[in-house]
Design a binder for this molecule. Structure first.
Ligand SMILES: C[S@@+](CC[C@H](N)C(=O)[O-])C[C@H]1O[C@@H](n2cnc3c(N)ncnc32)[C@H](O)[C@@H]1O
Length: 488
């Protein structure tokens, strides 16, 4: 059997299998013909190459795979899609988050599989209407670099605005020919990043995906096979902070059988919640975001950091007192157990910077930004020459919205170890948030050079298990986005 431009059917099958393994996207019989047509178009655009060569290059040239994914995924989306879900976000979720987090840490929202940006920008509009912009970070990710580029450009057709009232269009968009350009205040409220949901790169500090208070992951799980749905479901729940919410699209598969979470059925669909610690630890202290300070100037008013508060002694799980055990728990994403054990060990012996690193990362990955920030400051008092601790502290400053302070802290980490690729990458993010695009580009080039000298499958230090190949792809995508920003 052949399809247009004579692609042999076995090649179509092989390409579908490759795409499934890399992205989790599946094409049952009913959609095979449209997959074949998309493959034909992508293969043609790539030049008149032999299908076997094309398939081989698909694995090594990320832009080729992106181009194919752009063809095969329906990037269909629009502002205020499924409006009843946004009613819940506006009327229930944001007010609850505002009450709980405003004095504590930024509210963290993630639009996973954001396509061309309509969904995260809708969230940013709601956040602004509640007066929460300063207190909130909206992160948006997708696998399609082309969609991310268009999202960054934020110029939309009338069709994308079909769910929006004239009043909202008048307030947040400026007409430009037959397009509508989003105002800078909303554009700047969303940070776009590349992320393949089917990969194991999250939740981690380095991906920026961790401790989310609200995740929207709508109309993408529907394209995945069940095995991928199960894996992604667990990662989504792991990416939530305690008591955080997860909303899926109306046609997405139910997740209850894959993950332990609270489920509420509403007229707008199912709402998932990660069971909170609030019930278990009702007296978690509210600490102001101002308690994040560069390590060199610890706040006089803050109490000394106790790696082992009494509450944790009582609830500590019965695990061996072994630093390796703490590292193992962390690697298995058992963050609560890893943090408890690291604290217990550090109380006796604070000489192991590796244990502090486990503690800081485990707290952050649970969404306890304040606890992680204080732990990293305490760790740096004891281990001021640890580049990785400076890096973690800088990431936490950046996540707390203190980009300029984080730039300083990243530079301190680089001063101690110029070879830490993750620092160059994170520094680039902070510099571009500070408006220093040239500096961001230089940092990305430094990361690119270091990664080029590393085998693609080698695990990059301090990256939470990322391979050099994956980070190289991410670096190229970010350079591309910077080029777009400079042009647009
Ligand atoms: C239909 S759009 C959903 C847009 C938006 N969430 C909404 O509901 O309006 C699906 C998006 O999923 C993205 N996607 C597909 N597979 C993905 C993966 N493995 N990781 C991340 N994004 C993926 C596609 O690139 C596309 O932009």
């Amino acid at each position: 059997v052949t399809v247009a431009v004579d692609l042999p059917w076995h090649f179509v099958e092989a390409a579908a299998d490759f795409v499934r393994r890399r992205t989790g996207l599946v094409f049952p019989e009913t959609r095979r013909a449209s997959f074949a047509a998309a493959l034909t178009r992508a293969c043609r655009r790539a030049g008149e190459m032999d299908p076997a060569d094309y398939l081989a290059r698909l694995g090594t040239h990320p832009p080729l795979l992106d181009d194919l994914i752009g063809e095969i995924t329906v990037g269909e989306t629009y502002f205020f899609r499924e409006p009843r879900q946004f009613d819940i976000v506006r009327d229930e979720i944001l007010p609850a988050l505002a009450a709980r987090h405003r004095r504590d840490r930024p509210v963290r929202i993630w639009s996973a599989a954001c396509a061309t940006g309509e969904e995260p920008y809708t969230l940013a509009i709601l956040v602004r209407e509640q007066g929460l912009t300063e207190a909130t970070e909206v992160t948006a990710t997708d696998l399609s670099r082309e969609a991310l580029t268009r999202a960054r450009r934020a110029r939309y057709s009338r069709w994308s605005l079909r769910g929006v009232s004239d009043a909202v269009v008048g307030t947040y968009f400026r007409p430009d020919g037959d397009r509508f350009e989003l105002i800078p205040a909303i554009r700047e409220a969303v940070e776009f990043r590349y992320l393949n949901l089917a990969e194991e790169s999250y939740p981690t500090l380095s991906s920026g995906i961790w401790g989310m208070d609200l995740i929207l992951c709508r109309n993408v799980l529907i394209y995945f096979d069940l095995e991928t749905v199960a894996r992604v479901a667990r990662r989504l729940i792991d990416s939530l902070a305690d008591d955080g919410w997860l909303l899926l699209g109306a046609s997405d598969p139910p997740l209850q059988e894959f993950v332990a979470c609270d489920v509420t059925v509403t007229p707008a669909g199912v709402v998932y919640r990660r069971p909170g610690q609030d019930a278990r630890e009702p007296l978690r202290p509210a600490v102001s975001a101002a308690s994040f300070v560069p390590w060199s100037a610890p706040p006089v008013e803050s109490p000394p950091f106790d790696p082992l508060p009494p509450a944790i002694i009582e609830t500590a799980p019965p695990v061996p007192d072994d630093p390796e055990e703490a590292r193992r728990l962390y690697a298995e994403r058992a963050y609560e157990g890893a943090a408890a054990l690291a604290r217990r060990l550090l109380r006796r012996e604070s000489g192991d910077p590796g244990l502090w690193i486990v503690l800081v990362r485990a707290l952050a990955n649970q969404g306890d930004l304040v606890g992680a920030g204080r732990a990293s400051a305490a760790a740096l008092d004891r281990h001021p020459a640890s580049a990785e601790l400076h890096y973690l502290h800088a990431v936490l400053l950046s996540e707390a919205g203190r980009s300029a302070d984080s730039v300083e802290a990243f530079r301190r980490a680089l001063y101690l170890d110029r070879g830490l690729v993750v620092v160059h990458l994170a520094l680039a993010g902070s510099l571009s948030r500070c408006g220093d695009l040239a500096g961001a580009r230089r940092a990305l080039h430094a990361a690119r050079r270091a990664l080029a000298a590393t085998p693609a499958d080698a695990i990059v230090p301090a990256s939470d298990g990322e391979s050099a190949g994956r980070l190289a792809e991410m670096t190229e995508a970010r350079l591309e986005l910077l080029r777009e920003t400079a042009v647009g």
